[in-house]
Design a protein around this ligand. Sequence first.
Ligand code: ZN
Length: 198
Amino acid sequence: MKLFFRTCAAGTDPLADLGENDLDFIHWDDLARRLPPEGVLRRFPTEEARLERLVAVRWPEEISCPRCSAPNPSRILTRGTYQCRKCRNQFSATSGTYLHGSRLSLAMWFQTAESMINYRAQVPRHNIPAHALSDILGCAYVTARRVIKLVDGDIRRAGTKILSTAICEKTADAPRPADELRDYRPLMEGQATAQHDS
Ligand SMILES: [Zn+2]
């Protein structure tokens, strides 16, 4: 990300006068670099592992009831759900989110987010075409179109960030090769562009 920051006076925000397109590009580039290099389905190989990852993302400290906030719910192992000891509410890591009650597997949701992030890191202004995603998931075109819309609301810059937080883990560090930045040359030319890594 340092590549994009202009030299600026101390105390000023280096992102302050970047346009929406620049900020989007930085967002997609950052997410793509933080995807697991081995792929999401190798990183989270089972539905149980993927559900556990969602639990860890939703409740980084301690699992608590979404209704009354009481901690330490009892676990209903067979259904991947919890029951609140105080208000008896039954809930899971997806309760209250767009993933709740979906007939699609978490594998498909994780793969969708991964595919969409990778695509937008290359083509920042457009979502992956629905036919391409339906090929990847092996699902109907209309399903792919619906899923793209839902996941877009998650992974975009001001999104809900459920899946993007779950699958984008590591800190972005390695700079991308300069030839991948050619489309963004206008940002870097004619301005006091900082290329240094200090
Ligand atoms: Zn409760």
